[in-house]
Design a protein around this ligand. Structure first.
Ligand code: XUL
Ligand code: CO
Length: 435
């Protein structure tokens, strides 16, 4: 045991009345909701980067956190791994996620970096034999090092592409060996700052080639997890290619990859694309692309990707509505891509963030399950579209009528549709009744 979390004990469910700030009030992992335990629905994961590697810096000031593993090379990385697994147990969560760069220091060469990552990977493997926490996903950091400033797969220099490929091969194989259920690609620098130095079509081809290589390698090593692309419209690139779910789907279809890849949808990224989170989930679910979720929220005032912990149960209820309707996230889950604020210096703050986030998800889950169980919401939606189930609507959709046929019908039958209320306020109140 390290002494990082000294004095803190495992977070337990105590119910909504509890005033214990380090107890779950809504997240009761074994409680059955809509046929599964809460843990099976949510599949919560701790993000290694925000929780253990984040330094508390902002554009106006550097590190504010003082962690005993900072600046200590591989010794620090080993201590960080010890602390990480203690944290997973304190929170009692089933999953974690990592980038290669979060877990081990970069070396002078790719070989040295990969070796460092592998050494910590071995420690993870040993710890995972004792721990119940598994790997939700792994990913390679292809955006922090300056070699990637003009992109990884989409770099004008093929040697950068090659370096990135070497990094991804290593992390994909490690993810597979650790039993990871997904592999994520977030294209932080796959985009451009200015078209003045960018061949857009060329870069699209490169990105598709890279993804194809990853898919092929995953198959070759027998990785049966999901390959996930994480859309985000900007930051750090001015224009990112994986703008939103619809854009990603168009890209995948163009290169014939839509069967092999799904999306990891992040709340804050949806906002940056000027969508709601539930919009992105609805689009993804409709396209068969809803693979996993990065849970967080943005500071709406700043309009930036601030990665706060989720605290809006109503928003999460709408998210769970689409997740429950598609029968769950399968191999995906809810990764807390969220960080404590710069002034939240204490070890306990890391727990408070996750406890509140998980309680918010639990409230959303229970709300969505109750909404569906009640049935009125779905019935109203079906009623609104009922005209398409038979007669005119059905014939139009089935392609039985030409434009002239339809026009003729309007004249012959005196069709004169009368607008009906969309009842938005009624529906908002109905949803709120269950959250
Ligand atoms: C960045 C982001 C990443 C990805 C993984 O905005 O969300 O942390 O989730 O690379
Ligand atoms: Co993310």
């Amino acid at each position: 045991m390290t002494d990082f979390f000294k004095g803190l004990s495992q977070v337990k469910f105590e119910g909504p009345q509890s005033r214990n700030p380090l107890a779950y009030r809504h997240y009761n992992k074994d409680e059955i909701v809509a046929g599964k335990t809460m843990e099976e629905h949510i599949r919560p994961a701790v993000a290694y980067w925000h929780t253990f590697a984040q330094e508390g810096g902002d554009p106006f000031g550097g590190r504010s956190f003082d962690r005993p593993w900072f600046d200590k090379g591989m010794d620090g990385a080993r201590l960080k791994a010890d602390v990480a697994f203690e944290f997973f147990e304190l929170l009692d969560v089933p999953f974690f996620c990592f980038h290669d760069a979060d877990i081990a220091p970069e070396g002078e060469t790719l070989a040295e970096s990969n070796k460092n990552v592998r050494a910590i990977g071995e420690i993870f493997a040993r710890k995972m034999e004792q721990s119940r926490t598994k790997l939700l996903w792994g990913t390679a950091n292809l955006f922090s090092n300056r070699r990637y400033m003009a992109g990884a797969a989409t770099n004008p220099d093929p040697e950068v592409f090659a370096y990135a490929a070497g990094q991804v091969k290593n992390v994909l194989e490690l993810t597979h060996e650790l039993g990871g259920e997904n592999y994520v690609l977030w294209g932080g620098r796959e985009g451009y700052e200015t078209l003045l130095n960018t061949k857009f079509g060329q870069e699209q081809d490169q990105m598709a080639r890279f993804l194809t290589l990853v898919i092929e390698h995953a198959k070759k090593i027998g990785f049966t997890g999901q390959i996930l692309l994480e859309p985000k419209p900007q930051e750090p690139s001015k224009h990112q290619y994986d703008y939103d779910v619809a854009t990603v789907y168009g890209f995948l279809q163009r290169y014939g990859l839509e069967q092999d890849v799904k999306c990891n949808i992040e709340v804050g990224h949806a906002f940056l694309a000027r969508h709601s989170f539930e919009h992105e989930l609805a689009v993804a679910s409709t396209l068969g692309m809803l693979g996993s979720v990065d849970a967080n929220r943005n500071d709406l005032q700043s309009g930036w990707d601030t990665d706060h912990f989720p605290n809006n149960a109503g928003e999460m209820a709408l998210a769970f509505y689409y997740i429950l309707k598609q029968g769950g996230l399968g191999k995906g889950g809810f990764n807390f891509d969220a960080k404590v604020r710069r002034q939240s210096l204490d070890a306990a703050d890391l727990l408070h963030g996750h406890v509140g986030g998980l309680d918010t998800l639990a409230r959303g889950l229970k709300g969505a399950a109750a909404l569906i169980e009640d049935g009125e919401f779905d019935r109203l939606l079906d009623e609104r579209y009922a005209g398409w189930d038979n007669g005119l609507g059905k014939d139009i959709l089935a392609g039985k009528l030409s434009l002239s046929d339809i026009a003729e019908k309007v004249h012959a039958e005196g069709i004169n549709p009368q607008p009906k209320s969309g009842r938005q306020e009624y529906l908002e109140n109905l949803v709120n009744h269950f959250v």
